[in-house]
Each structure stands twice: as C-alpha cells, then as structure tokens.
Design a protein around this ligand. Sequence first.
Ligand code: SIN
Length: 490
Amino acid sequence: MNNSIASLLKCPDLVRTQAFINGEWTDEAGGAKINVENPATGEIIATVPNLGADAAERAVEAAHAAFARWRSLPAKERALRLKAWHMLVLQHEEDLATLLTAEQGKPAAEALNEIRYAASFIEWFAEEGKRVYGDTIPSHSQDTRFLVFREPVGVVAAITPWNFPSAMVTRKLAPALAAGCTVVLKPSDVTPLSALALVFLAQEAGIPKGVINVVTGGPAAIGSVLTGHALVRKLTFTGSTAVGKMLTAACAATMKKVSMELGGNAPFIVFDDADIDLAVTEAIAAKFRNAGQTCVCANRIFVQDAIYDDFVEKLTVRVSALRLGNGLLGPADQGPLIDQRAIEKVTSHVADAVERGARVTTGGSRAPGPGNFFLPTVLADVPAEALINSEETFGPVAPITRFDGEQDVIRAANATTAGLAAYAFTRDLKRFWRVSGQLEYGMVGINTGRISTEVAPFGGIKESGVGREGSKYGIDDYTELKYVCIGGLD
Ligand code: SIN
C-alpha cells in the first residue's frame, strides 16, 4: 500500500495495489509493475501488477466457475448484494473521490459527483435486475405454447477508460451482475486504483468470489485473451473508436456480443432565439467537464449570426475565470489533462485552427508549471476545415463557428462519422421538433449541456458505437433471449 495516498483516506484499506482473481488479491511475485501517476504533479502514487495473458485466463476461468451459482440466485438476492455495495460506495464517497482525483486529476467536487454517478448505476440496476421480464406468445396451434426468457449472457469482459475510472466500471458491472453474469474487468492501466477500490467494496458487500475479477496491466496481452476466449460471451468497452473497431473485429471470431461506447464529435448549436446566458452556462458544463475529456463533450460550437459576438464575449469572460488546480490541494474548476500526449493533441488542434484563421479569445496554451495543465481556451471564427471540427479534441478548448441558416448548421452538425451526443439551444417549439428529429445522434440535449444520468439510455449511432448503457435498456445487453416451445399439450 502506498502510505502517502493511504494517509489521505479515512479508510486506507481502499488503496488496493493488487489484482483480484477468484476472490484473492494477487500479484506475481517479482512480476512487472505499472506506475500510477498523479497527472497534476507527475508523482508516482502507487504501482499495480502488470499482468498478462495467464492472469487473464485464470480470471476468465474463475468467472466461468462462479457463473452457474451466481445466475441461479433469485434476482432479489443479487439485488440485496448490489444494494449493500451501493451503500458502501456512498459511505466511502469522499475517500473514493480523493483516490479518483489523485490518479485522474479531476477536481474534488467533480470527483465526488462522479462517485455519486457511479453509485447511481449500482442502485438503479439492483432494482432493474428484478424486472428482467420475458414474454408469452399467443400460440398458432392448440397443442403448443411459446415462452420467451431473458437469460444472462455468461462471462462478461469489461474494459474501462481512464476518463471516468469509477462511473464506467459501475455502468458496466452493475447491469452485468444484476442480470446474473460474472465479470472480468480490465480497468485502464492509467487509473486502476478507483476500480480496485470499488471492487474491494463489492467484496465487502458480499459479492461472492469469482463473480468479479480484476486484471491490471497493459491492454495488448489481456485484451487478446478477453476478445479471443471462448468462455467470454460478451465484451463491453468504453474508449476510442479506433480501439473499439479492433476489439469488435477480434470478438467476431467467437461471435461475442459487444457493447461499444466510443468517441463522439458533439455539435453544440446555439440559435439566435436561444437564452444566451443559459447557452453559455451549459456550454461550459458540456465542454469543460473533466477538462474536456468526455466523449459527450461539446466538440464543435455553432452560433447563429445575430448573437455570435455576444455569445463569444460572454463565453470568453466566463471561461477565463475558470480556476485551474490540483484537486488534492484545494478547490478548482478544471484539473490537468491525463498525460503529455493529451497536451500535444490539444496544442496541435489549437495551432491548426489558428493557422487557418481562428482567434484565441482566452487561453490557447499549456499552463506554466508542473503537471499536464492546459489553459481553458476559447477559439472564435474557427473555419469548417479545421482539424478541431473533424477530430475529437478531448481537451479544454471551445471552438466556435458562425452559421446563418438552420439547414446549413444541421448539415454541418451531421457531417461526421460520429453519432454520440448533440446539443441545441432554442426557444422555438417548432424548431425544437425539427432539429432534434434531424440530428443524427444517439443522444440530444435541448437547452441543456448535461444529459448523463443513470435513468436514461447512454450510447451512440454510426461510429460512436453499439448498445446502450444505463436506463431500463442497459440491462438488455447483458441478456440473451431464449425461446421455449412447449408441444404435446392437446
Ligand atoms: C464518457 O465520456 O465516456 C462518459 C461520459 C458520461 O457518462 O457522461
């Protein structure tokens, strides 16, 4: 256990630095380790085992061995354990938030929000697990009856990202467990501590051995077992579109079910009839949450001609007041980016836009001093062909483009291979119906930049992925339909 991180927690046991396989905290004696760094300082705060194919294989076998018993429990029994897990997460929310800030960098208040968001999926799916209904189908003959059951898919492999190291774990594990599946989790090697702490609490809550297994390490060796193993029946992944495509292709050989929550390129459209102050507030919420490192982030801001200058000025004033900081040291509005590569990508997007004629109205560069901090940035007059309009920036840059007509902006908004989230601001009821109908996205926020909640279906279309997470739909992806035909009943 790392003493300095543990000393920040009321419950130091939450700092777990081993993998978790078949109910045992484990590492390989003398085996390789991965450093976990605080992106606000560059300091190494812990190490975890860099496990490979053998450990992944053992984890799959443990999950498979635990499956028969776990699936056979009444849904209510599973729900009670999930509820106990939910309560423990809330009881330890401050510690979990501190760990999250330490390894991921998001400010303390935002980290606490993520822990509550994470907890909400456990509570929600504890309830939903009791409502996995089947069907009876009217028969075509007198001597037969037709029944349809929803059964758990089996062993689920979950690969989770560094940008939401807690919420993406529970958004996948809670529906899987509630449906009766067992899990092998591979958390991001950049932010494994949050996942391990959550799993420690799941163990405390009475989730039996083998039902959740966590394999820490680099993606290649573990990923190839999880995608190739015949006993893994489903893979759920949140991350980049490029990696999602590779994983999906690898899963095809054994015809696994997949859920892919991939990259976005969200348009944020402000029409001239909008409440401008509301649009500015929501643009900040949608753009600067997690320093712009979310897949539903406003990536392209389109503002109609008549209100353009006003919007740019108001957004610039508000963004320049955002406080950058290390969330472990005090209040901040924006933390660091995850690593140096992220800084380089954001820097190159800003440089490219400026070269093509965009104006930096605030920010525009890396912040001086240690850590991966980039100044909260607004770019005005960004031309359509700028890189920032076609690639996901994943950083704290709000690029604004002027538009004239409604159809022009809808065309521009849809001109992307991504289809995750879109936002539009208008007070015109007819426009609301037209625009929300025409935006080719899985999720549309109207007059809000905050769409994420456990009660609504989260997911995209086109190259943003397949499947939905959260909501009443989120558990379906962890079940298979079984049709039973009963004959000889005359
Ligand atoms: C993500 O960026 O992957 C998830 C964001 C959310 O749940 O709001």
